[in-house]
Design a protein around this ligand. Structure first.
Ligand code: GDP
Length: 307
């Protein structure tokens, strides 16, 4: 369980856990120790707000005499980090009946198409039937890429020629998914952030069109963020929220970075829960976000990192 997650977070984990251990082991908790902890957190891109909130909790516990020995600091921090993320990772929305429509958006290169395939495979492995809609019709490669993933994962892909109206493809896809009685329709959308107006209009139109065919759709709008960009990806949340009702985040490429602590910065700054994390290029390299498992993967086994 969670082996993939642990391996995927190893880059962040090694850096973070090593620095934390060096900051606390064999020491009393004092201002210097707390500073060391804060630096370790910042180096993992936890972000200044989350880092100082965590350190403040340690400081309070130290003042009240609850936390004096450095060896206690890591278990304490672990539980505070879990507490900070509690409530994240709520399940994907599910339509009360019929097909659940999930719109996936994100800037080009964020890992969006791969993440669509991962989500399709995850749902399929859980016994759900899935249809994909290739609505990123602007790039020929995007439609081809999604078709290849669809074949590999074993789910049908509704598509049209490059340059087709994305909303028309979305309508076709909704039609096909409803006709098949599919459990999920996952719609890949274009990610041209430099033409923000178009992006907004297009995303909004896709959302309206699927809503016409399937009541209540889209039930979920997932924004894919590239974790290797760390906190710099955060402004994208606001941009996309202006275009569509973003309801969950998919943090891709968590394995490719030592900045995996940016989940905490996301938590502080973006009013949208993290639902999924991508930890590799393979279709199976995905986990539903579980705060406890995530923090444990980040900090490593309690016995080895806090002994
Ligand atoms: P899109 O342009 O946003 O649709 O991005 P793609 O899905 O084409 O992905 C861009 C690159 O990121 C590809 O080389 C993917 O293999 C890679 N990628 C996507 N997700 C992950 C991930 O979780 N981990 C790693 N290491 N690479 C990823």
């Amino acid at each position: 369980m969670f082996r993939r997650l642990r391996e995927g977070l190893a880059k962040t984990g090694r850096a973070l856990a090593g620095r934390l251990r060096a900051a606390v082991l064999g020491r009393r908790v004092d201002a210097g120790t707390l500073e060391g902890i804060e630096e370790a957190l910042l180096s993992a891109d936890v972000g200044p707000e989350a880092a100082s909130a965590l350190v403040e909790r340690l400081r309070e516990a130290n003042r009240s005499g609850e936390l004096l020995d450095g060896a206690q600091a890591l278990p304490f921090l672990r539980s505070e980090m879990k507490r900070m993320l509690a409530g994240e990772g709520r399940d994907l929305a599910r339509a009360p009946s019929g097909t659940t429509v999930v719109l996936v958006c994100g800037v080009n290169g964020s890992g969006k198409t791969t993440s669509v395939a991962k989500l399709a495979d995850l749902l399929r492995r859980e016994g759900r039937s899935v249809v994909l809609g290739a609505c990123d019709t602007f790039r020929a490669a995007a439609v081809e890429q999604l078709s290849t993933w669809g074949e590999r994962v074993g789910v049908p892909v509704v598509k049209q020629a490059t340059g087709a109206d994305p909303a028309a493809v979305a309508y076709d896809a909704a039609e096909a998914a409803a006709a098949r009685g599919a459990d999920y329709l996952i719609v890949d959308t274009a990610g041209r952030l430099h033409t923000q107006d178009n992006l907004m209009r297009e995303l909004g139109k896709i959302a309206r069109v699927v809503g016409k065919r399937i009541p209540g759709a889209p039930h979920e709008v997932i924004l894919v963020l590239d974790a290797t960009v760390g906190q710099n990806a955060l402004p994208q949340v606001e941009t996309f929220r202006a275009a569509a009702p973003v309801s969950g985040l998919f943090l891709a490429k968590m394995d490719g970075t030592a900045r995996g602590g940016f989940v905490f910065a996301v938590r502080r700054r973006a009013p949208v829960p993290v639902k999924l994390v991508g930890v590799g290029e393979g279709v199976e390299d995905v986990e539903r976000f579980d705060p406890d498992a995530f923090v444990d993967a980040l900090l490593g086994d309690p016995a080895s990192s806090e002994g």
